[in-house]
Design a protein around this ligand. Structure first.
Ligand code: PHE
Length: 349
């Protein structure tokens, strides 16, 4: 077929139309700097609903004699557009590959995600820091403990009714999960001679029914000071200094008589509510006081069990539940939150 002979006025007209479309596409492609921009132009012209498809869709409605010309011109346009967009796409991707990495060393760094100290750990750390300034040393003891340390040496022989107060997990007849940190007192005293000032942070275990205030595992910090002439006044002074610093406000202490087999006399120590300052609030059940810890003067029977001279040495001991203190400090109302590892909770500390 001779192309020249076929040229008609319609051919010329369609060639002009297509030429204009091609020029417009070229302008758009020159401005495109990313693969996405090039692709947007390609879709606009060559897509299923693009400019080219629209023109092709018009063909059936054209006068019969014009149709071949339109078809020829539009086919030619399609070929050129395909070539152009392909070339533009490889040009921008080559440019992107060759572009130098732009690094601005003056920009502030992106903050790295960082972990948080668990509220219980933080409470223990703060307590330990305060006691260190008072000359106390941190000591640890085993969580799996012999009955002798957990009970017997602490003046609770087998069948002693006080054992009932310490609900205890027994692993065998004489091995337990320690139900308080007091056995670490005994271990330390067995190994060292007075004077002694120690605190023992650690986990303790009790088979309690779990609810908002009870969990089968919690943390205690035990304190022990032994020496010549250590008296109840020293206990009061040390606890007062500790609580004032811990709650960052002046607090008053109240000692209520209590009973522990390993201390005599024993006391339940209360301090003015750190939340309301003693005025009365929900946390202190409107009493103005918080029951905080158990304490007392070390019973001579305990000194005897470790071979200390009971005529020469006296001492005081105390034990604090950390979950309770942390709950008061941070206004947390359910002990189970400490163990659920819910990041929404932990991120707040
Ligand atoms: N061990 C006691 C308890 O867990 C607390 C305590 C420690 C009391 C030391 C007096 C002296 O309840």
């Amino acid at each position: 077929m001779n192309d020249e002979a076929e040229k008609t006025p319609a051919d010329a007209q369609w060639a002009r139309t297509c030429e204009k479309m091609l020029e417009a596409a070229q302008r758009r492609l020159r401005e495109a700097t990313t693969t996405q921009e090039v692709d947007r132009v390609r879709v606009e012209y060559l897509g299923r609903k693009g400019a080219l498809a629209k023109q092709i869709g018009r063909i059936p409605r054209l006068p019969q004699e014009e149709r071949p010309a339109a078809g020829r011109a539009l086919n030619e346009l399609k070929r050129k557009l395909t070539k152009l967009t392909g070339a533009a796409a490889s040009a921008v991707s080559r440019e992107a590959e060759e572009a130098p990495i732009r690094l601005d060393p003056t920009l502030p760094p992106q903050p790295l995600p960082h972990g948080h100290i668990h509220p219980i750990s933080r409470t223990i750390e703060d307590m330990v820091d305060i006691f260190r300034t008072l000359g106390f040393e941190v000591v640890e003891g085993p969580e799996v403990e012999l009955d002798w340390y957990n009970f017997e040496a602490l003046n609770m022989p087998a069948d002693h009714p006080s054992r009932e107060d310490f609900h205890t997990f027994f692993l065998s007849d004489n091995v337990v999960l320690r139900s308080h940190t007091s056995p670490a007192q005994v271990r330390t005293m067995q190994q060292r001679q007075p004077p002694l000032r120690i605190i023992v942070p650690g986990r303790v275990f009790r088979p309690d029914t779990e609810d908002a205030r009870h969990f089968s595992m919690f943390h205690q910090v035990e304190g022990l000071m032994v020496g010549e002439g250590v008296g109840f006044g020293d206990l009061k002074a040390v606890l007062h200094i500790f609580l004032r610093q811990f709650f960052r406000q002046d607090v008053a202490l109240r000692f209520e008589p209590d009973f522990f087999p390993f201390t005599e006399p024993s006391a339940q120590v209360h301090c003015t509510c750190a939340i309301c300052g003693g005025k009365g609030c929900r946390t202190c059940s409107y009493t103005g006081w918080l029951e905080l810890l158990g304490a007392g003067m070390v019973d001579p029977n305990v000194f005897e069990a470790v071979g200390y001279d009971t005529e020469r040495y006296t001492g005081f001991a105390f034990g604090v539940g950390m979950e309770r203190v942390a709950m008061l400090r941070y206004g947390i109302d359910d002990i189970r939150l400490f163990l659920e590892n819910d990041l929404r909770f932990l991120k707040q500390f």
